[in-house]
Write a protein that binds this ligand. Structure first.
Ligand SMILES: Cc1cc2nc3c(=O)[nH]c(=O)nc-3n(C[C@H](O)[C@H](O)[C@H](O)COP(=O)(O)O)c2cc1C
Length: 410
């Protein structure tokens, strides 16, 4: 193994010791929290979004979270009704300044949101730069802001994104990132509008507007805030496929020239590598930290470094966007070949789950022998591989590629 890789990345001209950042949220709410995350190894912090408190007082509904669990697996998704920072604006900028003073080598990103006037963005941009922030992230994307005309409503309107990005850019000399909402059918026009307004990068995704559950006794959806609930931001593992979709959509389009900071359901170094392969230069995380703490960055660093070294690569830049040439629209997929399943009788435990899914959801190509071994009729199998996805025994069902033999039963 050639152990020479470094995790340093350059994003918008700013050098990060590694690509791993806290995303803007309660995980980066105070100086003390961010400092502790830097001590553990995070390369950057996107500080909790700051507004101007002399215009609007922010209070958070309580409880502000509802978690989705699946059997023993905790927090497969997380719904929150939290708004931007409820701390005094001055205290936030004081913390930000102290953070940059004490950690000059780590990257401090100020997340801002104007609340009542377009010019709020100008004031917040100036104050961010004066506090020493390396970059600014414009929060165009929170789905549960109660201040009219803010949050993801801004992020759904390309003309407003362009205008506010341009105002922010005009007020500072540090790079500006536009944070995108996934609550749109197509993110690309919004990203292109940010670019037209002068954004140096885009970040995605903020939370997906969702409703996670209803309490069957009280009939109140969750989280139950004083007897009522609301659809609001969903994050964590459940949103990772949505995030990867939007990030790859943007990375595939050559009109978008600016880099991407990716987030949404990142837990492990493998998630990080996937986001980078699909076009993210830096990585941001919230929900995994809420669940497991800052220490997850140790696994991310070690895993990504090993991956680079194992592939004889020296930098994360060697993998950014490298999976994009393998992405196409559905009409670009090959129809010449198909796969067919194969069951290893030595490993088959005879549970019959593959038989059931094939019978009730596919080609009726799997039968069970008298001694309860699954057998695939490969002439009938149309290769959906659902049997393989649900098989409880790793390796018991494999597949091979054959010429496409058309629909089953013909
Ligand atoms: C409780 C909570 C509060 C959040 N607050 C903010 C915020 O103030 N500003 C912002 O831009 N994003 C905010 N986010 C969104 C996250 O930064 C991130 O975009 C989203 O959660 C997806 O990443 P994840 O799946 O790693 O959590 C918040 C998310 C959560 C869960």
């Amino acid at each position: 193994m050639n152990a020479t890789a470094s995790l340093k990345v350059t994003f918008c001209g700013v050098e990060f010791p590694n690509p791993f950042c806290l995303s803007s949220s309660p995980v980066g709410n105070t100086y003390e929290m961010c400092a502790r995350s830097f001590d553990i190894g995070w390369g950057g912090v996107v500080y909790k979004t700051v507004g101007l408190d002399y215009e609007v007082t922010i209070t958070h509904p309580s409880p502000r979270l509802n978690a989705m669990h699946r059997g023993p697996q905790k927090v497969v998704g997380l719904q929150n009704v939290e708004q931007i920072s409820d701390r005094p604006t001055d205290a936030n900028f004081r913390d930000l300044a102290k953070l940059k003073r004490d950690y000059p080598d780590q990257v401090v990103i100020s997340s801002i949101m104007g609340l009542t006037h377009a010019n709020d963005w100008v004031e917040l941009a100036k104050r961010s730069q004066d506090a020493g922030a390396d970059l600014i992230e414009c929060n165009f994307s929170c789905p549960q802001m109660t201040v009219e005309g803010t949050g993801h409503k801004v992020g759904q309107d390309a003309a407003i994104i362009e205008k506010l990005t341009s105002l922010t850019k005009g007020a500072c000399t540090i790079p500006v990132i536009a944070k995108m909402t996934p609550n749109v059918a197509d993110m690309l026009p919004m990203a292109l509008a940010a670019q037209a307004g002068g954004a140096d990068a885009v970040s995605a995704i903020n939370t997906v507007k969702a409703m996670s559950a209803v309490d069957l006794d009280s009939l109140v959806p969750l989280p139950n805030v004083g007897g009522r609930s609301s659809s609001s931001g969903y994050s964590g593992q459940a949103v990772k496929p949505i995030a990867l979709r939007f990030i790859s959509d943007m990375a595939r389009d050559e009109r978008l020239k600016i880099p991407i900071s990716g987030m949404g359901g990142i837990y492990t170094w493998i998630d990080c590598a996937e986001f980078m392969l699909l076009g993210s230069t830096t990585i941001q995380v919230t929900t995994a930290i809420l669940q497991h703490g800052y220490r997850i960055v140790e696994d991310m660093s070690e895993g990504l470094l090993d991956y680079l070294n194992d592939h004889n690569l020296t930098s994360p830049h060697d993998i950014i966007g490298k999976a994009i040439p393998n992405v196409t629209d559905p009409d670009g997929l090959s129809h010449e070949h198909q796969v067919v399943s194969e069951v290893d009788p030595e490993l088959c435990v005879g549970c019959g789950q593959c038989y059931l899914t094939c019978r009730d959801g596919a080609a009726q190509a799997i039968s069970m022998t008298a001694d309860r071994k699954a057998v695939v009729d490969q002439d009938e199998c149309f290769g959906c591989l659902m049997c393989r996805h649900i098989c409880p025994v790793e390796g018991a069902i494999s597949y091979k590629t054959v010429p496409h033999h058309g629909p089953p039963g013909c």
